[in-house]
Write a protein that binds this ligand. Structure first.
Ligand code: F6R
Length: 261
């Protein structure tokens, strides 16, 4: 894992946006895996700015989102499809036909999961998968103790996750109990992973993911097995790590071609 600690979530999001923008400039038809939630919002804002002010072209990029709530139609205000359309796809000029989010109201949800895997394969696989980290260590909606080799499937959300996401719904009770999510195995197939985690609420999950044993108790720890994962943290989320001197040393001594941005 490459661990990059920045002074603030703002700086971390700008770094993440530079990494994604660099990929899209080198490969205009890149395949991106994307996340929702609070963490990547500023990063998406920066991609929108790069599109509007610097002409960064996303029209040939294909995207696959990590997850969607079961039972929420694409136009539901809290659906992840709506979140993506409003925060990124519309304002940054993505081609709607190339943006994929699992369909949480598919008549046959299991067939929808298999179709999602086939679509990712047909697109040539994911070049870069953007990830957030749940307070309990989840990636996508792969909750603790789930299989570390799972594929896209219907998962049951933990009470903690439903509480954490409840703010966006107004009432935690209204958060669906199930979601379609890429599996940990699906995520590990991406050619590169870029995980962002900011703020004091993520301290324990970051510590387990980066310095703990690979364990289904912290699904994010499976990224230790991935050949190219970059983890972007702020000072708050990195506060529980024991080897920050080493991560900063490595960051400061990279050769030019080794730098992420
Ligand atoms: C979102 C997702 C989740 C979030 C995680 C962190 O598509 O898959 O794993 O990344 O729950 O959420 P925030 O960013 O709201 O703290």
């Amino acid at each position: 894992m490459e661990i990059l600690i920045r002074e603030s979530p703002e700086a971390g999001c700008l770094l993440g946006a530079r990494i994604i923008a660099g990929l899209v400039r080198r490969k205009p038809d890149a395949v991106l895996g994307l996340a929702t939630g609070r963490t990547p919002l500023r990063l998406y804002g920066e991609l929108v700015r790069l599109h509007r002010e610097e002409g960064l072209d996303f029209s040939r990029v294909t995207t696959f989102n990590l997850d969607e709530y079961v039972g929420l139609a694409p136009d539901h205000p809290q659906s992840y499809r709506r979140f993506m359309d409003e925060s990124l796809f519309g304002p940054a000029g993505f081609d709607p036909a190339r943006t994929f989010v699992p369909n949480g109201v598919a008549a046959d949800l299991q067939a929808e999961c298999r179709l999602y895997e086939r679509r990712i394969a047909a697109a040539g696989g994911i070049d870069l998968q953007l990830l957030g980290l749940g307070r309990n260590g989840h990636i996508g909606f792969n909750e603790p103790t789930g299989s570390l080799s799972s594929r896209t499937w219907i998962k049951i959300l933990s009470e903690q996750t439903r509480r954490d996401n409840g703010a966006l719904f107004g009432v935690a009770e209204e958060v669906p109990r199930h979601a379609i999510t890429m599996g940990v195995g699906t995520i590990l197939d991406a050619r590169r992973c870029l995980l962002l985690a900011f703020g004091p609420a993520k301290v324990r999950a970051v510590e387990l993911m980066v310095e703990g044993a690979v364990s289904a108790l912290c699904p994010g720890s499976a990224l230790q097995l991935h050949p190219r994962t970059t983890v972007v943290l702020d000072e708050n989320s990195a506060a529980g790590l024991h080897h920050t001197d080493h991560y900063r040393w490595v960051d400061a001594h990279k050769l030019d071609w080794q730098r992420s941005d």
